[in-house]
Design a protein around this ligand. Structure first.
Ligand code: PEP
Ligand code: MG
Length: 572
């Protein structure tokens, strides 16, 4: 382990925004050990009772935590924990192992949960990996309850919590104290600790290898949840700089919130539209709070991974809830964009997954999956006519559009045969995220109803830079002249064909880029809902002419440094 006296900069992934300055608090993960133990027939009833008692104790504990938090996400996540705890299959297996295998209660719990944990761990799906800590924590909490062992977790205000991972129950407990941040060694962006940090406004950085350092309790730390950085043992100057940044940030965000209720208009009265990118139902409160005009990008991959055999009825429920809770606004449902780094259980390992069986390529090979998703969408459309748009991911050739449209027509015909009335006018659009799609945008525009630019993948594929590879992250710059040129070309093609164009990649959430898009005439932007206030405040405070001048200057120069210089003044 590295000792250090100088400041150490740890780079991780930004998971929840904000700056925290405080003292380190290390939460050690203690793995519960249980040795295989069998019992005599006379102890079966006693062990069954022990299990029931531990299970109802834990249930009470989760219910108490639920009532102690006002946060909706936290309540939902605890509900999910309760569901696992009361899962009938798990309960049946534990009881059977006590009765038939004659395992002690602790060993039956340990053994049964471990089978589930192994399943999640071995999954190639990131979402499943992110749930491992949830199941491990229930296992350990059940065993602790049986052993009447109480783990007390105390954190103090202003502490920055360092952990390998954090279970939902522990997260709710520690969030009652005003902690200054959370640094996680592992974690994924869909883990519950991340969802809760975002929802509770606690800065969070994941994938930060803090364990390599001899970090002592109380050590001075800075966390920057926007940049994904952690400074251990910062200098007085660094602390001062971050203190100022934190103050500025809080002030700016508060001011930005003042704009949320204003009309979506530039200073000179020109209108624009801001929508939300959504993946989970839990995001809906923020979508409405920040007055997003519907959902510009609904990522559906997670729901595909969440439960095996994600059937039509379950999908319909998901889409209906989103439509019900977004007023009269449109909801753009992107068809499953699996592949790349979002692998399905039956995906083959590819040496270049981002260049492989991803998005529409996979959907056209797995027609049943595509049919099922379209069936769910078209069935729901009967209840919400005029509200849905369908978006095809990762289109690289125009034939793909025609082939998806054929399946759309087939699905509609089948539903009509069943006397259902799907919305026959659902616009079918494509993601513009592969450079070839830009180069054939005129032909593509003739085959579809709208374009949506995915600047994340467009940058990845234009520069041949893996968007998740830290070693080449310096080369991943969406503000490069090459990307502006592709965006402009797409806009021109959309205008020639008179079809709408949206931007839904990360770039839209950067106020300086958003201003430039509006200057280019691209006024329909979709972003993570947390970014809406800051983007809106910048757009509302400037005139269209100012943004047009910015766009003209940015697209005229071939110099990346010049672009960054021009945009600096427009940063939030
Ligand atoms: C994009 O590529 O910019 C995009 C919005 O899609 P995703 O990030 O889901 O690939
Ligand atoms: Mg993409």
């Amino acid at each position: 382990m590295n000792q250090f006296t100088q400041p150490v900069l740890l780079s991780g992934k930004p998971a929840a925004p904000g700056i925290g300055i405080g003292q380190a608090r290390i939460l050690k993960s203690e793995t519960t050990g249980v040795s295989p133990e069998t019992i005599g027939p006379e102890s079966i009833t006693e062990n069954l009772k022990k299990y029931e008692k531990a299970s109802s104790f834990l249930l009470q504990e989760y219910e108490m935590l639920k009532s102690s938090t006002g946060d909706r996400d936290a309540k939902d996540i605890l509900d999910a924990q309760i569901q696992i705890l009361q899962d009938p299959e798990l309960e049946k297996t534990i009881r059977r192992q006590i009765k038939q295998e004659r395992y002690s209660m602790e060993y039956a719990v340990f053994n049964t949960f471990n089978d589930y944990i192994r399943l999640f761990q071995s999954s190639s799906v990131r979402w499943a990996n992110d749930r491992v800590i949830d199941v491990v924590s229930i296992r350990d909490e059940l065993i602790d309850a049986a052993r009447e062992k109480k783990k007390v977790i105390r954190v103090k205000p202003n502490e920055i919590v360092f952990a390998e991972d954090i279970s939902p129950a522990v997260m709710v407990k520690i969030s009652r104290t005003e902690i200054a941040g959370i640094v996680i060694e592992r974690g994924g962006l869909t883990s519950h600790v991340v969802i809760l940090s975002q929802s509770l406004g606690i800065p969070c950085v994941i994938n930060a290898r803090w364990n390599r350092y001899e970090l002592k309790k109380g050590a001075s730390v800075i966390i920057d949840g926007i940049a994904g950085q952690v400074i251990l043992n910062p200098t007085a100057d660094q602390k001062e700089t971050y203190r100022q940044r934190k103050g500025d940030e809080v002030l700016r965000f508060k001011k930005a919130l003042d704009w949320v209720l204003s009309p979506n208009e530039t200073r000179c009265g020109s209108s624009f539209t801001l929508r939300a990118n959504v993946e989970f139902l839990e995001e809906l409160p923020k979508v409405n709070e920040y007055m997003a005009e519907g959902i510009g990008l609904l990522r559906t991959e997670t729901i595909l991974f969440e439960s095996e055999n994600f059937d039509v009825v379950k999908q319909m429920k998901f889409y209906s809830t989103l439509l019900e809770q977004t007023g009269d606004h449109p909801v753009t449902i992107r068809l499953f964009d699996a592949g790349g780094d979002k692998l399905l259980e039956d995906s083959v390992r590819e040496s270049n997954p981002f260049l492989g069986w991803r998005g529409v390529r996979m959907l056209l090979d797995k027609k049943d999956l595509l049919r099922k998703q379209l069936e769910a969408v078209y069935r729901v459309s009967a209840l919400f006519p005029g509200r849905i748009r369908i978006l095809i991911p990762m289109v690289s050739r125009t034939e793909e559009i025609e082939r998806v449209r054929e399946v759309c027509d087939e699905v509609q015909r089948n539903l009509k045969k069943q006397s259902l009335q799907p919305d026959g006018k659902i616009p079918l659009g494509i993601m513009i995220e592969v450079p070839s799609a830009v180069l054939v945008a005129d032909q593509a525009a003739a085959l579809c109803d709208f374009f949506s630019i995915g600047t994340n993948d467009l940058t990845q594929y234009t520069f041949a830079v893996d968007r998740g590879n830290e070693r080449v992250s310096e080369l991943f710059d969406s503000f490069h002249p090459a990307i502006w040129k592709l965006i402009k070309m797409t806009k021109e093609a959309a205008d020639r064909a008179e079809i709408p164009l949206t931007i839904c990649g990360e770039m839209a959430s950067r106020p300086e880029a958003a201003a430039c898009f509006v200057g280019l005439g691209i006024t329909d932007l979709s972003m993570n809902s947390a970014s809406i206030p800051k983007v809106k405040s910048v757009l509302c405070r400037h005139t269209l002419a100012e943004m047009q001048k910015l766009a003209a200057d940015v697209t005229a120069t071939g110099e990346i440094q010049e672009i960054h210089k021009l945009l600096t003044k427009w940063r939030f």
